[in-house]
Every structure is written in structure tokens, then in C-alpha cells.
Design a protein around this ligand. Structure first.
Ligand code: IDP
Ligand code: MG
Length: 152
């Protein structure tokens, strides 16, 4: 298992509007994952159509793209051992009502269309999503000073 696995995590407009940016970043930091890239931006429709392309035939797709484009988001890349799966576990279930307390969606969400945060569902998806949201030069190459206290 690679310590340099990467995932794409994005705080959605509802998470930003509700003042949860620091809370969500903090959870990934405290867990020991390494921040590799981060932006604060409003995503345009073309980017969101691509990002959510796999859901294009779903009835909620137009509303989803409209909502995620309705305000600023915080797209991020986080790195660490098993970070794709661990990130999804930290998020909780797609439906916040099915999410356990202690997860981000279980602590901060109620409705499925306002579930606060996005996380890649596989290593392959993560690679695709990272490539959509970030240029290669925006992925910061640095060493986490605490790595020796996080990994054995
Ligand atoms: P995920 O975010 O947990 O990976 P996906 O199935 O990939 O869930 O769906 C992407 C996003 O689309 C969800 O996070 C949620 O915001 C929205 N979504 C999914 N299913 C529904 C639905 O049935 N109604 C409204 N929005 C939905
Ligand atoms: Mg998904």
C-alpha cells in the first residue's frame, strides 16, 4: 500500500456557506494526511459536467451541477496511505441521514443534495478528478515534517 496515494476532496458550496472549511481541512490534517493542493473558486458548468459526467443520466444531475456551481468550493488534493478509502470513510455515506456520527456528513448534514463535501470513490477516479481540477504544476511537492511520527 502506497503512502503517496492521492484523493480529491472538495468542500461543496453548502460546506463553505456554513463555515465548515476549517473543520473539514482540520480533520484531514489531524488524521495525518498531507495537503498537496487547494483552491478557492467558483466552478464553471463545463468543469462540473465533466466532474459529474458519470451521473449525467440521473434526474438530479441538472440540479446537482447548478448547486455545485452556485457558490465557492474548496477543491483539494490529499495524500497518504489508503487515503481514497479512508477519505470516503471520513465523509460518511452519500445520504447524510445514513451516515454515522463522527463522519463529516453524519455530523454536519441532513439532505443528500446538501452533503457538504465530495470525495473520490477510487484511485482511478481520484486521478481523473485531480487532473480535471488541477494543473500538474499546482500539485505541491513537499515533505510532511511529521511523517516519521505518523508512519512506522
Ligand atoms: P458520493 O458523493 O457519495 O460519491 P454520488 O453517487 O457520486 O455520491 O453522487 C454525487 C453527488 O450527487 C452526491 O454527493 C449528492 O450531492 C448528489 N446526489 C446523489 N444522489 C442524489 C439524489 O438521489 N438526489 C439528489 N442528489 C443526489
Ligand atoms: Mg461519487
Amino acid at each position: 500500500m502506497s503512502n503517496t496515494e492521492r484523493t480529491f476532496i472538495m468542500i461543496k458550496p453548502d460546506g463553505v456557506a456554513r463555515g465548515l472549511v476549517a473543520e473539514i481541512i482540520s480533520r484531514f490534517e489531524r488524521r495525518g494526511f498531507k495537503l498537496v493542493a487547494m483552491k478557492f473558486m467558483v466552478a464553471d458548468e463545463a468543469l462540473l459536467q465533466q466532474h459529474y459526467g458519470a451521473l449525467a443520466d440521473k434526474p438530479f444531475f441538472p440540479g446537482l451541477v447548478k448547486f455545485i456551481g452556485s457558490g465557492p468550493v474548496v477543491p483539494m488534493v490529499w495524500e497518504g496511505k489508503d487515503v481514497v478509502k479512508q477519505g470516503r470513510a471520513m465523509l460518511g455515506e452519500t445520504n447524510p441521514l445514513a451516515s454515522k456520527p463522527g463522519t463529516i456528513r453524519g455530523d454536519f448534514g441532513i439532505d443528500i443534495g446538501r452533503n457538504v463535501v465530495h470525495g473520490s470513490d477510487s484511485v482511478e477516479t481520484a486521478e481523473r478528478e485531480i487532473g480535471l481540477w488541477f494543473d500538474k504544476g499546482q500539485l505541491v511537492d513537499w515533505t510532511l515534517p511529521l511523517a516519521g511520527s505518523i508512519y512506522e
